[in-house]
Design a protein around this ligand. Structure first.
Ligand SMILES: CC1=C(/C=C/C(C)=C/C=C/C(C)=C/C=C/C=C(C)/C=C/C=O)C(C)(C)CCC1
Ligand SMILES: [Fe+2]
Length: 570
């Protein structure tokens, strides 16, 4: 270990990574075998070491690393949010400024793409990156933290062969020489796509704690359902579904999970529609509750990244942004990647009874683009004890698909500070349950109040499927090319509180309710923030005042991440 440590007089402190632990060497030559990071006034230390190609390289306290092969000047100084993690894993204690509430004991786990290059190949899109887990373990006012790359088959193969081996969101492995020679290889590739064989299991999108305590990382391929240990961040293995439903290789990336069950959607690319499935806590077997046939039958099903539930119903979106079999087969991405935009064929929402699987409403609505549903609930407008309408709220991109291409890494890296982020809002759907053909889509709160950005949302989980009031999400302080603020939106009084600091990129604000709370916003909001100067920190805001309670700086810069979950301490 000692031989790996590079010593330079002017270094403030150094970290060296081995395959099992990290050592920190301080300028006073004290060595810290982490569980504890010694806190000193921190010069943002950019970099620790790299063990990605199998060789540990100690690279210490250099300026921000240059993304390989990128030539645009702006990209060379790109924000740490869009810079690959420089080491496979790290663990240590963070120094807390402020006071962590004594009731906050448990682990916040965040998933997201954190490594966007393999060998000499740079990925194109934010969603292509290999899954990187970050934990914040709150223990009696202290925070023990760490990150680790998920050992998916896609990542392991890429590391071994130093090249992309599976189809990612926008990236396709280069054909081998044999493939060029073989006239039937095209057919073979179609089979490999439709059997799911060539698709990635890079579960980089979300992470959930199932009712039985197992912790699962997810993406939109079913094989990308992977169990992890939330303490060590080790990959346990594939979540093996035991139900014969895995032939349909795609799933929603956002199952809805409670202590007793999990709901999700399985799109059908062949006979366009969605299976609505439910899995009991403790089981690996999903049961099909019902099936919805797409209304625009001549196309692939609408893309379902997420969906919503109420107490009694599942709300199934059928967006005009549809899966395209043609684009799935292409090697080079189209501007809409695996999807196509078909507004002329209508936009729809379907409502299924959780109990019977019956589709009780199917309405046409104005065109929309959403990735994230916020919440939904039933409303009894006539006070007759029967729901007459369903309200479903989502982060809606004004039916504008440009957001997908905005999330290309080149754009994110080269347009920091430019006001190029397309507008978004909280879209509120009203779905009548009386057989009417049309639903409504309104703006819930004037979008200017949250800087016309709106995505990566959470609510108090105790209000899932119920009438609720507060949305926590990423908003913006313009000018920006990406949501750069945290916003608390009161959708009843239509007021917004924003939290922002210059140059930051915060990830999804995650709400944790205080045990025993009687107010919806009594709790804390956790986010991990990437800074313009190459650093990063965890921030805790009060759920009610939306004021900072505490922050804890990482000794290096973490990239942007997507979704998280909370695992209470036993
Ligand atoms: C790998 C394949 C696919 C993968 C799809 C994936 C990984 C989809 C991930 C979607 C995510 C992370 C959406 C997040 C949206 C966030 C937004 C809009 C934030 C905005 C900020 O303002 C398929 C495409 C399923 C095809 C097969 C192969
Ligand atoms: Fe998502």
């Amino acid at each position: 270990m000692a031989s790996l440590i590079t010593t330079k007089a002017m270094m403030s402190h150094h970290h060296v990574l081995s395959s099992t632990r990290i050592t920190t060497l301080y300028s006073d030559n004290s060595i810290n075998d982490h569980q504890h990071i010694k806190t000193k006034p921190q010069i943002p230390v950019r970099l620790i070491s790299q063990r990605i190609s199998g060789v540990t390289r100690a690279v210490i306290n250099l300026p921000a690393p240059l993304p390989e092969k990128e030539t645009v000047e702006g990209e060379r100084r790109c924000h740490v949010a869009w810079t690959s993690v420089q080491q496979e894993k790290w663990e240590g204690e963070l120094t807390v400024q402020g006071k962590i509430p004594t009731w906050l004991n448990g682990t916040y786990l965040r998933n997201g793409p954190g490594l966007w290059n393999i060998g000499d190949h740079d990925f194109r899109h934010l969603f292509d990156g290999y899954s990187t887990l970050v934990k914040l373990q709150f223990d009696d006012g202290r925070i023990f933290s760490g990150h680790r790359l998920l050992e998916s088959d896609a990542y392991k193969a890429a590391k071994k062969h130093k090249k992309l081996c599976y189809r990612e969101f926008s990236e396709t492995p280069k054909p081998t020489r044999n493939t060029f020679k073989n006239p039937f290889s095209g057919i073979g590739e179609i089979v490999r796509i439709f059997s799911g064989e060539s698709l990635t299991d890079n579960a980089n999108t979300g992470v959930v704690r199932l009712g039985d305590g197992r912790v699962m990382c997810l993406t939109e391929t079913q094989k990308g359902s992977i169990l992890v240990d939330h303490e060590t961040l080790e990959t346990i293995g594939k979540f093996e579904y035991d139900d014969g439903l895995s032939d349909h290789m795609i799933q929603s990336a956002h199952p809805i999970v409670t202590e007793t069950e999990m709901w999700t959607l399985i799109p059908d690319l062949v006979k366009p529609g969605y299976r609505v499935v439910r899995m009991e806590a403790g089981s690996n077997k999903r049961e099909v509750v019902g099936r919805v046939k797409c209304r625009a039958g001549s196309w692939g099903p609408g893309w379902v990244h997420s969906f919503a539930v109420t107490e009694n119903y599942v709300v199934i979106p059928e967006m005009p942004l549809r899966y395209s079999v043609k684009n799935l087969l292409r090697a080079e991405p189209t501007p809409l990647y695996k999807f196509e935009w078909c507004p002329a064929d209508g936009a729809f929402l379907h409502v299924m009874s959780k109990l019977t699987g019956e589709v009780v409403a199917s309405v046409e609505v104005p065109a929309y683009v959403t990735f994230h549903f916020i919440n939904a609930y039933e409303e009894d407008e006539n006070g007759e004890g029967k729901a007459t309408v369903i309200i479903a709220d989502c982060c809606e991109h004004n039916a504008d698909t440009r957001i997908l291409d905005m999330l290309r890494l080149h754009t994110l890296r080269s347009s920091h500070g430019h006001d190029v982020l397309p507008d978004a809002r909280i879209g509120r759907f009203r779905i009548p349950l009386d057989g009417r053909k049309y639903g409504k889509l309104e703006t819930a709160v004037e979008a200017e109040k949250h800087g016309r950005a709106m995505d990566m949302c959470s609510i108090n989980p105790l209000y899932l499927g119920l009438k609720y009031r507060y949305v926590y999400a990423c908003g913006a302080k313009r000018p920006c090319n990406f949501p750069n603020a945290l916003s608390k939106v009161d959708i009843v009084d239509k007021k917004v509180k924003n939290w922002h600091e210059h140059g930051i990129i915060p990830s999804e604000p995650f709400f944790v309710p205080r045990p025993g709370a009687t107010h919806e916003d009594d709790g804390v909001v956790i986010s991990i923030v990437s800074e313009e100067n190459g650093g990063s920190f965890a921030i805790l805001l009060d759920g009610s005042s939306f004021e900072e309670i505490a922050r804890a700086k990482f000794p290096y810069g973490l990239p942007y991440g997507l979704h998280g979950c909370w695992i209470p301490k036993n």
